[in-house]
Design a protein around this ligand. Structure first.
Ligand code: SF4
Ligand code: ZN
Ligand code: ZN
Length: 335
């Protein structure tokens, strides 16, 4: 049978009748590349207006955390498109180099090439510059750490997440950022909410970005303009715009807890389209409930303003910060 005789017809875009690239089970829409790009841009633009209210007469510097991957590439591309020409906004890109051979160096090249193409300044900070050991070394030391301390985190990502947060804060201070934009997509956000729920971690749910209405004192607030855009659509948008992308996964990602939640969320979404939106909306409702309680005079349940860590000066909750605890666990001398 030749192709012509096949009964199968390609789905068509519901806006223009061109061949479709995506069927959105959660919305019932079918879109071609051009109309998908339009809808992605519209979602980001709407979310940006809510998360980044730009005050008249004030200047805002936005640090975009870029990794070389699709999410942050799309974030930077759209932010430059939407805000790049505004005289009251400066966009700067920053990358944290965790020291993961074979993975991070090529992705930094992609990030640098995207920044060059978009005319955005690009800053990089490495773990050794922040007095952390590189992640390749952390992975080597983990078995020893587990022998020394049974309660020490076992997963590389537990260390990396804490170190990278400090790296991004460091870059934000360096460039004088008022806001930090992160490329978390809908799938990432839904995974985080599910992980927090499974852990009964209300505190983390309340601290979840965006921080626009509830800034965490002492830190530049994080915004997440891609939070309603599914991962697959971020990817298709990046391909549509021909952005330079690094496709590899970090070699340490597979063992991480997030990896299992990633599969869980994907299964739940396939079974019941709209689950990801529901999870993220639930986190929003918990935050809104907290705000109502505060407005009714029920006390401020927001995390108290951080005090500087006595060893490294980073914001912490009274004692030595988590990064310094982890430096100790790994046996790193801090200078
Ligand atoms: S997957 Fe884990 S180790 Fe790799 S960059 Fe992300 S947090 Fe770091
Ligand atoms: Zn179309
Ligand atoms: Zn510290």
């Amino acid at each position: 049978m030749d192709d012509e005789a096949l009964p199968f017809t390609l789905p068509r875009c519901d806006s223009c009748d061109k061949p479709a690239v995506v069927e959105q089970a959660y919305s019932g829409r079918i879109l071609c590349g051009k109309h998908l790009a339009k809808s992605v841009r519209k979602k980001i633009s709407k979310e940006l207006r809510l998360q980044l209210p730009l005050e008249k007469g004030a200047h805002t510097t936005v640090l975009v955390a870029v990794s070389g991957g699709k999410d942050s590439a799309v974030l930077l591309d759209v932010l430059v498109d939407l805000l790049g020409k505004r005289p009251d906004v400066t966009i700067v890109a920053g990358t944290v180099d965790e020291g993961i051979e074979g993975y991070r160096p090529p992705s930094i090249l992609c990030a640098a090439s995207l920044c060059e193409r978009l005319g955005v300044d690009h800053h990089v900070v490495t773990y050794p510059e922040l007095s952390f050991v590189e992640m390749d070394e952390v992975v080597k030391r983990l078995p020893l750490v587990a022998q020394k301390d049974n309660d020490a985190p076992r997963m590389a990502c537990s260390y990396c997440g804490v170190f990278r947060r400090q790296g991004i804060n460091h870059l934000a201070t360096k460039v004088g950022a008022d806001v930090i934009a992160l490329g978390h997509n809908l799938d990432d956000m839904a995974q985080t909410v599910l992980m927090n729920v499974a852990n009964a971690d209300i505190e983390r749910t309340l601290r979840l970005a965006p921080h626009t209405t509830t800034p965490v004192n002492g830190l530049a607030p994080r915004i997440v303009p891609l939070r309603w855009v599914p991962e697959q659509e971020v990817h298709l948008y990046a391909l549509h715009r021909n952005l330079p992308l690094h496709h590899e996964e970090c070699p340490n990602a597979r063992g991480a807890l997030r990896w299992r939640h990633r599969e869980m969320v994907a299964h739940m979404e396939a079974d019941v389209p709209g689950t990801r939106h529901g999870l993220v909306r639930m986190a929003d409702q918990i935050k809104a409930l907290r705000d109502e309680v505060v407005a009714l005079g029920g006390g401020d349940s927001r995390p108290s303003a951080p005090t500087p860590c006595p060893r490294c000066g980073s914001p912490s909750s009274g004692h030595q910060c988590k990064a310094c605890d982890m430096r100790d666990l790994l046996g790193v001398a801090f200078d």
